[in-house]
Design a protein around this ligand. Structure first.
Ligand SMILES: O=C(O)C(=O)Cc1ccccc1
Length: 304
């Protein structure tokens, strides 16, 4: 029987692509959820063994919705990572395929997709209002369902194809090298065909109050124990202005030397240390096999 995987849907999202790359269709059944919290909650409640959500984009940075739900609302482990190339397309209803840009009144998409194309959209659609949807494919679905409206959307070509939209312009992201990191959450798992490129682990560190130089000491402890860090991101604790949780990614698995030692030392100083996962990392190029991704135009519009 195929194992169930929840992803940020509907079909056609970038997350759908990522979910199919990490969890091949031969062995897994992919089920769309309406939002990132829905995916994480469904895995936390064990309704689904696995889930896939976006966590960070090269242009726009962290997906705060994912980070905040991991900290405050669910207790799930990160079990894998995929780095996936993103090409953003400006798309509209087939009936408006030959319209000039100035006729469109609204751009609908996921906040991350809009943010990745902000300058380009300001330039070509300066008067259009921005409206947000829970995913790019949901936005495509809305545009497809309203031919009477002068709406455009931003998202993957696959979503446009699925909902019968026309592509007005491809590669509308503001910068080249637009990649998104997606995470798998839930039960332990490993890709049936492809070996991971490396291991990583993610920790959530909470500093005690009134502790001078606490963050400095935390980082120094990792350095002393020979642990290479690749990311540090702060998010508000939501309890008091100016207090933060720190997401820290280390370039090694949690059971390799250094991480346990540093964590113990940090805990002794009164810091909270929660392991969010120790997991294999994959890149789309290696994992995709024969499946194609929208190569589109990956040079941003202002560098053509
Ligand atoms: O809405 C989607 O398609 C998603 O998967 C979220 C997202 C949006 C923009 C870039 C990467 C992921």
């Amino acid at each position: 029987m195929k194992q169930p995987v929840a992803y940020l849907g509907p079909r056609g999202t970038f997350t759908y692509e990522a979910a199919r790359s990490l969890f091949p269709e031969e062995s897994y059944q992919h089920t769309p959820c309406d939002s990132i919290p829905d995916v994480l909650t469904a895995v936390d409640s064990k309704e689904f063994a696995y889930g896939v959500v976006p966590v960070e984009n090269a242009i726009e940075g962290s997906v705060n919705m994912t980070l905040d739900w991991l900290v405050h609302h669910v207790d799930v482990q990160i079990t894998g990572e995929l780095v996936y190339p993103i090409t953003q397309n400006l798309m509209t209803h087939r009936e408006h395929a030959d319209w000039s840009f100035d006729r469109f009144t609204r751009v609908i998409s996921h906040p991350q997709a809009v943010a990745q194309c902000r300058s380009h959209l300001r330039e070509i659609l300066p008067e259009a209002k921005i409206a947000y949807a829970d995913s790019t494919a949901e936005a495509a679905r809305q545009v497809a369902g309203h031919p009477e409206e002068a709406w455009v959307t931003v998202g993957p070509r696959s979503a446009g194809e699925l909902y019968g939209l026309s592509v007005l312009r491809s590669g509308i992201q503001d910068y080249a090298n637009n990649f998104t990191r997606f995470i798998a959450v839930g039960e332990k798992w490993s890709h049936p065909i492809v070996a991971p490129e490396r291991e990583k682990c993610s920790l959530l560190i909470t500093l005690p109050s009134d502790f001078p130089g606490a963050l400095h000491r935390v980082l120094a402890s990792f350095a002393r124990n020979g642990v290479n860090l690749s990311r540090i991101e702060s998010r508000p604790t939501k309890k008091k202005l100016g207090t933060y949780h720190f997401f820290i990614d280390a370039e090694q698995g949690a059971n390799q030397p250094g991480v346990a030692e540093a964590s113990q030392e940090i805990k002794k100083w009164g810091c909270g240390v929660r392991q969010l996962g120790s997991y294999p990392c994959y890149s789309f190029d290696k994992i995709s096999g024969n499946r194609s991704v929208d190569k589109g135009v990956t040079t941003p519009y202002n560098q053509r």
